[in-house]
Design a protein around this ligand. Sequence first.
Ligand code: HEM
Length: 410
Amino acid sequence: MDIDLADLEFWRRPLKERHEAFARLRELDRPVFFTEKRVPLLRSGKGFYALVRHADVVEASRNPKVFSSEPAASSPEPPGWVKHVFGESMVNMDDPRHARLRRIVSRAFSPKMLSNLQGDIDRACARIVDDVVAAGPGGDFVTQVAARLPIHVICDMMGVPDELRERVHRHVDVSTAYTGVRPSLGRTVQMAASNMLALLALQRMVIDLGRQRAKEPRGDLVSALVTANVDGEKLTDRELGSFFALLLVAGNETARNTMAHGIKLLTDNPEQRRLLCEDFEGRIGGAIEEMVRYVSPIMQFRRTVTEDYDLRGLHLKPGDKVVLFYGSANRDETVFPDPDRFDITRDAKGHVGFGGPGPHFCLGANLARQEIRTMFRELFTRLPGIQTVGEPELLLSNFDNSVRSQKFTF
Ligand code: HEM
């Protein structure tokens, strides 16, 4: 099989074939260089090194001084004006700028914040299942279940008032319809333009909210982010806008896709589902880690090399681009025996589905676990016969392992 990770055709292939291709790349004795094809209007630059083994992904993640997240952790790199319009996201920053922002926004994910959210997550899941029951069997799991919870939770965290939520939903629908790679130039431009307008509108909305909360703080997170913490640090308008935009991208599709792939995995593997249902509270934690390992909702992020560095015999030079293929590292047979087997009892703890060990490790990992646990608890308690029907429709992307639709019944 001819393997070119930079080619759109590669990402059109069925998931199973892509995993086979990565397995072959892992057998080679060093990272491989690929030529990145130029995507019109997006400055994609020269080629990149693909890190496909677990050990290499971990080494690069642990070493942010050499493997920098600046100027961007996405691939291909967006043009410079995008930063000017939207502000910078912490995912594309190194310390000390990254550390400062992470200190401020971490309070959004403290154990106390997360525990305060639990009652609301319970209620949201109950409402979603009420609506599923009312609609009857034969619907789409993505729109009726998986897509509803994460966005609701993010709006709750940020204290987005009810009357603005409809707008958030509309904007997010547009922005998440554009992802990774697109088939034609016309379509790419059209999708990118609507995506950007949607993001700008969302940022404006949350900045207005921030200004109100700065004047009259309430108990919500936006109030906490725009008023100074004990070290006197707070977010500027622009930083608040970028953070909200990042949450909508980072915390929405990821959790949704884990649930959508997860219900399919539990349908296709009835013995795993039986194990889970026999002892839900005891096994759901391991099941979620295995889902994230197996699915790898974010397939890759990239870094740029800052100084000469030898990685397993490969000499890297300043300016070289390196792509960390989390999806491949999570199937590395030297770390996860029989990696293509979905096994909720395996020790999946070392997976890099939430990123490798390092400063950019997913800030929302515990929140995601909490959402997925609550949703599956509600589904399996009230709809014990729930199962998927047929195969999912996947979105074409080299970044999100995204499910567009998945039929289900109960
Ligand atoms: C199963 C669900 C999720 C997966 C698989 C996931 C995956 C990831 C990954 C791989 C990164 C690392 C980025 C890098 O390497 O540069 C990351 C970072 C991040 N994630 Fe998640 N994520 C999930 C859920 C969430 C949720 C629910 C939120 C928030 C609501 C969130 C917020 C973030 C933020 C803010 C960062 C940036 C951290 C930084 O740069 O310091 N994620 N996530």
